[in-house]
Ligand binder design. Structure first.
Ligand code: FES
Ligand code: FES
Length: 165
């Protein structure tokens, strides 16, 4: 067994001091060592996007990153989107637009869209489609996800800080 390395994952502004083998993926560390199981694992080889989290402000596939690479860097997961009982605008519009069915892919889509909209709040629908094409959903047919993210783009451009955006 490889020697374990002590690292600190800063997830949703909270530090998790853990020991991991160098080959442990960020996805496994987030889920199994930090107990944040909102990040899902589908393919485990970079195809489906279910494991998407935000590292240093950018969406990444956490099954393709080693936990040691994320040591000390700010990480955001789906658990960090809502503020208490106040849903993030993306969560609200997914709900309102039926952007999910079984919900397995949803954390990945939410974090992908959050990172993309924060980087470019005025994305066109074509750009939104392009961004979302990197993640897979087995249920929705994608139209409602596109509708939801387009609605979130409008909300996030206009909402006040008190509205969790
Ligand atoms: S589980 Fe990471 S891309 Fe599918
Ligand atoms: S809602 Fe079921 S996989 Fe996307």
């Amino acid at each position: 067994m490889a020697e374990k390395i002590s690292i600190t994952l800063n997830i949703n502004a909270r530090d998790y001091a853990i020991s991991v083998e160098p080959r442990r993926t960020l996805a496994d560390a987030v889920r199994d060592d930090c107990g944040l199981t909102g990040t899902h694992l589908g393919c485990e080889h970079g195809v489906c996007g279910a494991c998407t989290v935000i590292v240093d402000g950018k969406p990444v596939r956490s099954c393709l990153m080693f936990a040691v690479q994320a040591d000390g860097r700010p990480i955001r997961t789906v658990e960090g989107l809502a503020r208490g009982d106040v849903l993030h605008p993306l969560q609200k519009v997914f709900w309102e637009n039926h952007g999910l069915q079984c919900g397995f892919c949803t954390p990945g889509f939410l974090m992908l869209a959050a990172g993309a909209l924060e980087a470019k709040p005025d994305m066109t629908e074509a750009e939104i489609r392009d961004v979302l094409s990197s993640n897979l959903c087995r249920c929705t047919g994608y139209q409602n996800i596109i509708k939801a993210v387009s609605a979130a783009a409008v909300e996030m451009r206009t909402c006040q800080p008190s509205e969790n955006c």
